[in-house]
Design a protein around this ligand. Sequence first.
Ligand code: FMN
Length: 224
Amino acid sequence: MNQYKHIPLGFTRMPTQDQVRASREFLERMAMRRSVRFISPEPVPFELIENAIRCASLAPSGANQQPWKFVVVKDREIKRKIREAAEAEERESYEHRMPADWLEALAPLGTDWRKEFLETAPYLIVVFRIDFGLTQTPEGETKTKHYYVQESVGIATGFLLAALHMSGLATLTHTPSPMGFLSTILNRPKNERPFVLIPVGLPSPDATVPTIAKKTIAEVMEIK
Ligand SMILES: Cc1cc2nc3c(=O)[nH]c(=O)nc-3n(C[C@H](O)[C@H](O)[C@H](O)COP(=O)(O)O)c2cc1C
């Protein structure tokens, strides 16, 4: 079995006060992140999208398999198709599929089946999980097992959302259910499955967000 060669870690030790400052500044910026459901059609530089995806693809992953693909949609007609398919699924879900307790959990957010942001956002990033490796050999297809796909893609998506936010962009973590239509519209191979759909852009000038509360540090952290 091949072994990776080891090289010295590139690590710069920061003075403690710089660490604390950086940590506070990052926290302050991240505390301003919200899910935005009103996105302006105003264009944003593509480099912001590409850099955020570069950042996401640096995330740790099970056995370094990097089981993700980020499909960036900027084409108007593809966005229209995605909106149409998402709204059809969401309408069915809201009106027939979601049990009462799910609808109750969503009620405070004021969301419904309408997804205008899927057409107004300058970019949609569709994150796909690659469930297994697929290579073509003269003998046919070879499959390789992927480990911890869900965890890995979840972490990469977190990196992506943080990077987009830190670049001054608004995002929504959107999971129209079921999401199979994304594989068809975007013509994805059979080893990929949609994970999340992220509209990205600037917020509309009149964008609002629901008043929600985050758990306190005492609720989410335990020290032993
Ligand atoms: C896995 C996941 C799926 C989500 N799916 C949707 C969705 O389909 N539609 C939507 O409007 N918001 C969706 N959200 C956004 C949440 O409603 C939102 O993150 C939550 O209310 C907290 O608000 P905040 O992101 O502004 O802090 C999703 C969030 C996550 C993490």
